[in-house]
Design a protein around this ligand. Structure first.
Ligand SMILES: NC(=O)c1ccc[n+]([C@@H]2O[C@H](COP(=O)([O-])OP(=O)(O)OC[C@H]3O[C@@H](n4cnc5c(N)ncnc54)[C@H](OP(=O)(O)O)[C@@H]3O)[C@@H](O)[C@H]2O)c1
Length: 309
């Protein structure tokens, strides 16, 4: 396949690019900077609504992962605008161009997030659940809705609702590791909020499967089948590192330091079931968190604290 990838330099995009290239597919990255390698890159300027006129030529599939990092810092009004604007407008631009293409790609995978479901306490949710409340849930709804013109034009659109993607190379786990390595980790708040996680390798495998499987369409929860509470997560991470992890971070401290971002991303969550993937017997490599963490951390160079299984 010839696959066009936006956000290709990011955590998921770079791993996906590697995986697709290894499997013999041709990857073309949509880049916001100047094109350096015209054979492998096409230009776009999502803020200005520009996509190179030939970007979709000869493309079989598009994977759209671009978006300003949602956890990069306190959600000031400017930051919230950047989070929304870097998703909704650019997704709409791609949708319009895909819908209008003379020879459209067969499939478009567009990133979304399980933040779509909002804070659900202990309730289990799958793809049939409606949207929740809050900033992230609103962003996810608008982000997904922006794909509609492509779906209406008959393109198979997969909305990949990612959970917490785990990799020592980036994202949430990489941020937690320094404190946990020092033995200063612990649950956040009361620790009862659910964190629905997936390893980077499995997230990439889901995307590769979704490119090839014509029966996959619509929302797909990209999470492992065994979500854990934040307290269970902290315990498992401490155990995987051979470090104590009993220093809770008070909710009040997080709310004062990070405001709404702490409330929505750290102190609340959803217990998400990957019903669509389970119905297809998707072969998760990492189904249980303790083994997933041990596997991920064993592969981290310079990590003497790792207790090997
Ligand atoms: N990782 C997770 O745990 C997780 C969970 C839920 C949802 N997601 C969503 O999945 C997608 C990919 O995740 P990721 O972890 O790979 O994200 P990431 O590492 O933050 O990468 C996102 C990429 O988007 C592009 N980008 C950054 N700022 C942008 C802006 N202002 N406008 C347009 N593009 C911008 C960049 O690529 P270029 O510089 O190459 O353009 C960046 O590398 C994101 O949309 C993210 O919100 C991720």
């Amino acid at each position: 396949m010839r696959v066009l990838v936006s956000g290709a330099s990011g955590l998921i995009g770079s791993a996906l690019t590697r995986s697709l290239s290894q499997e013999g597919h041709t990857v073309r990255a949509l880049v916001r900077r100047t094109v350096r390698d015209p054979a492998r890159e096409s230009a776009w300027d999502p803020e200005r609504g520009y996509l190179a006129p030939d970007a979709l030529d000869g493309i079989d599939a598009v994977v759209h992962l671009a978006g300003a990092n949602i956890a990069a810092g306190r959600w000031t009004p400017e930051r919230q605008r950047a989070i929304v604007d870097s998703r909704v407008g650019p997704t709409g631009l791609l949708a319009q161009r895909l819908a209008a293409a003379a020879r459209p790609p067969q499939v478009w995978i567009s990133a979304s997030a399980i933040g779509f479901y909002g804070d659900r306490g202990e309730d289990e949710v799958d793809e049939t659940a409606g949207p929740g409340a809050g900033f992230v849930a609103q962003v996810a709804q608008q982000w997904e809705a922006a794909t509609a013109p492509a779906a209406a034009a008959g393109i198979r659109v997969v909305r990949a609702r990612f959970g917490l993607v785990l990799s020592p190379a980036g994202g949430a786990l990489a941020r937690l590791l320094p404190m946990f390595r020092l033995g200063l980790g612990g649950r956040l708040g009361d620790g009862r909020q659910y964190w629905s996680w997936v390893t980077l390798a499995d997230a990439v495998a889901v995307l590769v499967t979704a490119l090839a499987d014509p029966s996959l369409t619509g929302p797909v929860n990209v999470v492992a089948p065994s979500p854990v509470t934040c307290a269970q997560f902290a315990r498992a991470l401490g155990q995987a590192l051979g470090r104590p992890a009993w220093l809770p971070v008070p909710a009040l401290f997080l709310r004062l330091a990070l405001g709404q971002m702490a409330r929505e991303l750290l102190l609340s969550g959803a217990r998400v079931r990957p019903a669509v993937l389970l119905a297809r017997d998707f072969p998760f490599t990492h189904g249980q968190l303790p083994l997933a963490l041990r596997d991920l951390l064993a592969k981290t160079p310079g990590n003497p604290a790792v207790r090997r299984p």
